[in-house]
Design a protein around this ligand. Structure first.
Ligand code: UDP
Ligand code: MG
Length: 193
């Protein structure tokens, strides 16, 4: 039942000085930081983190772009040159890899009961324009696919969080060695567990 999940504070969060603001939210909900480091990822690490081979992941990005275009009444072909979710996903993924390798990110492993789901809830919708107030993306960004793509960059949504327990396991092993992950008790565990 106790899970671990990977969080990355992306370059936009680090460069806007939002590290403390964001980490505070995970700490106050009761999640435990078991690993943490500032990294400027290599191209290889970024490629593995955003795997081009995972068709449904790449297509998922394209689908979110298309949904956003539809809602905003934008024609995908004239805007980004394609209406195919995989093709659009590939373009956006390329921008993502470029962004995440250009500046440091803060990589964190959080631990707690249902950590994966709890973190996703606190993070909010992928597109900040659709993220609820009170969530990290909803409180600190207004970005949308349309606005971002017009500038040929990925959506600046501040944070990455593993989407499910399998993704979490894979991503944690990518970013951290076993001896970088710590085991300790937080004082409130006596009350909250
Ligand atoms: N992304 C984007 N445009 C989109 C959809 C996604 O730039 O239309 C970027 C965004 O930075 C997002 C990342 O691609 O965080 C990974 O997408 P995913 O579908 O995994 O969303 P997440 O799990 O981050 O909410
Ligand atoms: Mg994801």
């Amino acid at each position: 039942m106790i899970q671990q999940t990977l969080v990355l504070l992306k370059p936009d969060a680090v460069k806007r000085g939002l590290i403390g603001e964001i980490i505070k939210r995970f700490e106050r909900v009761g999640l435990k930081i078991v690993a943490c480091k500032l990294v400027k990822p290599s191209k290889d690490l970024a490629d593995k983190h955003y795997p081009l081979e995972r068709q449904e992941f790449v297509e998922g990005i394209g689908k979110k772009t298309l949904e956003n275009y539809k809602e905003m009444g934008v024609d995908p072909v004239s805007e980004i040159g394609s209406s195919d979710p995989y093709e659009i996903g590939k373009i956006v993924r390329g921008w993502l890899v470029e962004m995440i390798t250009s500046d440091p990110v803060l990589a964190i492993v959080l631990e707690g009961p249902n950590a994966v789901e709890i973190v996703r809830k606190l993070v909010g919708h992928t597109l900040p324009v659709k993220a609820d107030p009170g969530t990290i993306r909803g409180d600190f960004s207004f970005d949308s696919a349309f606005f971002a793509n017009a500038k040929k960059r990925p959506i600046k949504n501040l944070i990455h969080a593993s989407g499910n327990p399998e993704e979490a396991e894979y991503e944690i092993s990518l970013w951290f060695t076993k001896d970088e992950i710590h085991n300790y008790k937080r004082s409130e565990e006596e009350v909250m567990y």
